[in-house]
Design a protein. Structure first.
Length: 118
């Protein structure tokens, strides 16, 4: 069973920065990709950024140029550096893993709150 544990959320003023981290554990952890999703109140969950084992990345248009996703060499930890934060970035952020052999992201962390004040 895969467990994902996030850390690094909090309250920051607009224009500030936060760094989210996620570490995966579990026997035979092998992910095709890891990503960060977010869900704001009253909105659908959206993919913010992802990184594949090859190193290829994806960013939502709303965060391009401000957020950067990275992973460790083992592929079981991922971070999201968030700069120039805006109030609209306020949401619960979830780490997720797309495991090898799965069709989609199926392993999720508990979520961490990010609040950006204006």
């Amino acid at each position: 069973q895969v467990q994902l544990v996030e850390s690094g959320g909090g309250l920051v003023q607009a224009g500030g920065s936060l760094r989210l981290s996620c570490t995966a554990s579990g026997r035979r952890f092998s992910a095709y990709a890891m990503g960060w999703f977010r869900q704001a109140p009253g909105k659908e969950r959206e993919l913010v950024a992802s990184i594949r084992t090859s190193g290829g990345t994806y960013y939502a248009d709303s965060v391009k140029g401000r957020f950067a996703i990275s992973k460790n060499r083992a592929g079981n930890a991922v971070s999201l550096q968030m700069n120039s934060l805006k109030p609209e970035d306020t949401a619960v952020y979830y780490c997720a893993a797309h495991m090898v052999g799965a069709n989609d992201y199926g392993s999720w962390g508990q979520g961490t709150q990010v609040t950006v004040s204006s």
